[in-house]
Design a protein around this ligand. Sequence first.
Ligand SMILES: Nc1ncnc2c1ncn2[C@@H]1O[C@H](COP(=O)(O)OP(=O)(O)O)[C@@H](O)[C@H]1O
Ligand SMILES: [Mg+2]
Length: 253
Amino acid sequence: MTVIAVISPKGGVGKTTVSVNLACTLAANGRAVRLVDLDPQNAMRLHLGAEPGDTNGLIHQTLQQTGWYYTEYDSAYGVSFIPYGKASEVERITFEAHLAHTPGWLRDNLAELSSAPGMLTIIDTPPGPSVYVQQVLSIANLVLVVMIPDAGSYATLDSIEGLLDYYCANRTDFYGSYYVLNQFDAEQPLNRDIQSVMQNTLGERLSPYPIHRDESLSEALAFQQPVWQYAPHSQAADDLKQVSAWLLKRIDR
Ligand SMILES: Nc1ncnc2c1ncn2[C@@H]1O[C@H](COP(=O)(O)OP(=O)(O)O)[C@@H](O)[C@H]1O
Ligand SMILES: [Mg+2]
């Protein structure tokens, strides 16, 4: 099993959208994929056609000391999916305190699940540093940082690199950390400038394929479909295909 952490310094950049669509693209190409939503927003389920009233998730399984097995769903798109769950404020606080005191929580829960050969586990996180990011960076084999091409995101690069150094750099099971620009607009000079500055700083750690700003992605979400299915000939579907192939080359070495 290979664990891919999806992180970003800021919210609303498209982390969840990218996680889900990468997972579905990889699954459509025959890869075994599991998605884990480690964000208290519990929003990934909206992309995957979850039942509106279903509140189940990994937070409840953890607080009740049962296994994640009880909260793993088979989504319609060939991806198995573990939601965060809908929780009260007290539950969230209790849960986060538990995570802070149980550094092996994520590793142990993933180890108990059955995993198909070559399975990719893609884990979505809340923006910025948190107990969730701590757990996932401590075990990720590969990290994908989602950024938007603006000056504010670029300014956070140092602190992201600091996090990656702290949690990942010295592990022998770490393949590397990579960046992808999302909501890219090639018509905007600033977008292209940020891309070239990031390219200079990160070299081949920056995906040569940005994911363009494309309303098909938001529309696909409204229809609870991955973009390759909702709009197979869209720019975003093509971008995601390129990015997933580029990432696979970093994994299947
Ligand atoms: N490449 C894109 N083009 C257009 N809209 C996008 C793109 N990526 C994300 N979005 C939209 O941006 C919003 C935030 O995306 P989301 O994945 O929830 O961000 P995050 O998980 O980083 O908070 C959503 O409405 C989503 O549909
Ligand atoms: Mg999100």
